[in-house]
Design a protein around this ligand. Structure first.
Ligand SMILES: NC(=O)C1=CN([C@@H]2O[C@H](COP(=O)(O)OP(=O)(O)OC[C@H]3O[C@@H](n4cnc5c(N)ncnc54)[C@H](O)[C@@H]3O)[C@@H](O)[C@H]2O)C=CC1
Ligand SMILES: O=C1O[C@H](COP(=O)(O)O)[C@@H](O)[C@H](O)[C@H]1O
Length: 247
């Protein structure tokens, strides 16, 4: 059944990947502080996620929120991630609860756990023969302030689930690259997320039933150091791509 979905950060890369495959699958309300130049489904709201009134208006009649908007730069400074990623995400969760939204899907990141990639483990952990695997049950271990902001977003999700009953899925997205895995970048190949697997994974987050989940968002790469078992079991994720097919 088509659901009414609010997609924040719709004009960005992840939003573009989602809409490329799912434009006709759901009823979309798109939100971004930058207007979208290309054709898009549904209505488009130009607003900043830190504008509480605009967010509350955009939340009306929505079943599911996919929250992508934020500063995506691993090197982003604290004032930006505090405003856009932490404060903005809290505004989204609070408004979602007040509007009786059923599910919020939060775009977390590999950088929430980046510091597990120690000098002792790398680069071996990026290779197919290495069996080191994070599965989503480990504690956050950010390697930068951007990663701290993503760990904070996951904690906000846990809180809004436990205290307010919201269904929350946090997707620790790997490296979304269009067409092919990153070239000459072993780490990026290990956490590659193809555009079609990205759209499929977020579609599963819209459709599946869950309480609170943290899953890794990568394709079924031979090199992987993130398990996709939880995404398969709790969401029904069935990725089709593998960076090894592009070697
Ligand atoms: N692209 C990737 O490989 C990965 C992305 N992510 C996360 O996924 C989300 C989307 O990332 P991308 O699409 O790659 O980034 P992007 O920069 O291409 O898109 C982000 C969009 O959010 C909008 N935005 C930013 N701050 C906003 C605000 N305060 N209010 C309203 N709109 C705002 C921007 O205008 C932009 O269109 C981000 O939260 C990022 O941290 C996480 C891991 C990997
Ligand atoms: O969270 C993110 O991760 C991806 C991949 O990280 P990188 O360290 O391999 O660049 C990054 O491209 C993206 O911008 C960021 O939001």
């Amino acid at each position: 059944m088509a659901q009414s979905v609010l997609l924040t950060g719709a004009a960005g890369r992840v939003g573009t990947a989602i809409l490329a495959d799912l434009a006709d699958e759901h009823e979309w309300r798109l939100m971004d502080r930058d207007p979208m130049t290309e054709d898009h489904p549904g209505e488009f709201v130009v607003a900043d996620i830190t504008d509480e009134e605009a967010v509350r208006d955009a939340m009306e009649g929505i079943d599911v929120v996919i929250h992508l908007a934020g500063d995506p730069r691993p090197e982003a400074p604290w004032d930006s991630v505090l405003t856009n990623n932490i404060d903005g995400t809290q505004t989204i969760f609070e408004a979602a609860v007040d509007a009786d939204v059923e599910k919020v899907v939060f775009a977390s990141s590999n950088h929430a756990v980046g510091a597990y990639e120690t000098d002792e483990r790398t680069p071996e952990m990026y290779r197919a023969h290495d069996d080191y695997l994070l599965d989503g049950t480990e504690l956050p271990r950010p390697g930068n302030l951007y990663g701290v902001s993503k760990a904070a977003g996951e904690s906000l999700g846990r809180y809004y689930h436990d205290e307010h009953g919201l269904s929350v899925a946090c997707v620790r997205i790997g490296n979304l690259t269009k067409g092919h895995p990153p070239i000459d970048y072993e780490r990026g190949q290990a956490m590659w997320l193809s555009y079609r697997d990205c759209a499929h994974l977020f579609d599963r987050c819209i459709r599946a039933e869950y309480e609170f989940e943290i899953v890794y968002g990568i394709s079924d790469n031979d090199r992987k150091y993130y398990s996709i078992d939880r995404a398969k079991a709790s969401l029904g994720y069935e990725p089709q791509d593998n960076s090894a097919q592009h070697d």
